[in-house]
Design a protein around this ligand. Structure first.
Ligand code: HEC
Length: 255
């Protein structure tokens, strides 16, 4: 019995050591800590940044990454009016059908459509990216630990590999990616896009804007959630005061 317990302990210790080792090998730098306008209890999204971030997503990231939960209609939330949303949607083509002959057909996207994927299937996405799969970005900010800071750090975290480290073809060195070898080429170059509001398109600016856009995409109702939280807190405070006064009144005559 004792022996059994001892060997179980040894196995547990071995597993712990082994996983600590593999974590260290996988190590990635802690993401840069940025203070985002939408952070905290009262934080709200910066609409101008979201619109710029959407442009970065459209013109850069969407070449490889889908955002299958993003409907064009929801872009009204970024401050686009109805006609602008229609025009944004109509720039994309979606497959619809079948029609009365049983054929699928293509048509311009409508506000009720979701953003079409850049690739027809995951195999095509991998084939175009040297075997690496560009994941869907709709929920990326929530899917990674410290998501906003991670996405920003990843986009600005490319570097030459340390001396003596060889990269396979199609691999790039990134301080923040687990294992440091990522199959995504550095996506952002200075002045790669032209912002409609004249903001200079530095790499940090584009990375910050697209990070904020992805934070919104992953939780478009965040502001409502926070507002509900604030209302509930106010309600509870008022209720507490009223109950206290009521208690004082009830006990006032008791000596
Ligand atoms: C040329 C194609 C390409 C472009 C353009 C591109 N990516 Fe990627 N991205 C990839 C590939 C491929 C991967 C998977 C990398 C891997 O697993 O090694 C990836 C992975 C990612 C990841 C996930 C990292 C993780 O933790 O798994 C994020 C986040 C990301 N990209 C964000 C972006 C953003 C934001 C943009 C636009 C600024 C962008 N990408 C542009 C190809 C691309």
């Amino acid at each position: 019995m004792r022996l059994l317990k001892l060997s179980a302990l040894l196995v547990a210790a071995g597993v712990a050591l082994w996983s600590a080792g593999s974590q260290a090998a996988e190590g990635a730098a802690e993401p840069k800590q940025i203070s985002w306008p939408h952070d905290g209890f009262f934080g709200t999204f910066d609409r101008a940044a979201l619109q710029r971030g959407f442009k970065v997503y459209q013109e850069v990231c969407h070449a490889c990454h889908a955002a299958k939960y993003l409907t064009f209609r929801s872009l009204a939330d970024l401050g686009f009016n109805e006609d602008e949303v229609k025009a944004l949607a109509a720039a994309y083509t979606v497959t619809d059908g079948p029609d009365e002959n049983g054929e699928m057909f293509e048509r311009p996207a409508r506000p009720s459509d979701t953003m079409p994927s850049p690739f027809p299937n995951p195999q095509a996405a991998r084939a175009a990216n040297g075997g690496a799969y560009p994941p869907d970005l709709s929920l990326m900010s929530k899917a990674r630990h410290d998501g906003d800071n991670y996405v920003f750090s990843l986009l600005t975290g490319y570097d030459d590999p340390p001396a003596g480290e060889e990269l396979a073809p199609g691999q790039y060195y990134n301080h923040y990616f687990p294992g440091h070898r990522i199959g995504m080429p550095p996506p952002l170059m200075p002045d790669q896009i032209t912002y409609d509001d004249g903001t200079p398109a530095t790499v940090d600016q584009m990375a910050s804007d697209v990070t904020q856009f992805l934070a919104w995409a992953a939780e478009p109702k965040m502001e409502e959630r926070k507002q509900t939280g604030i209302k509930v807190m106010l309600f509870l405070i008022v209720l507490t005061v009223l109950l206290y006064l009521y208690k004082r009144k009830v006990w006032a005559d008791v000596h």
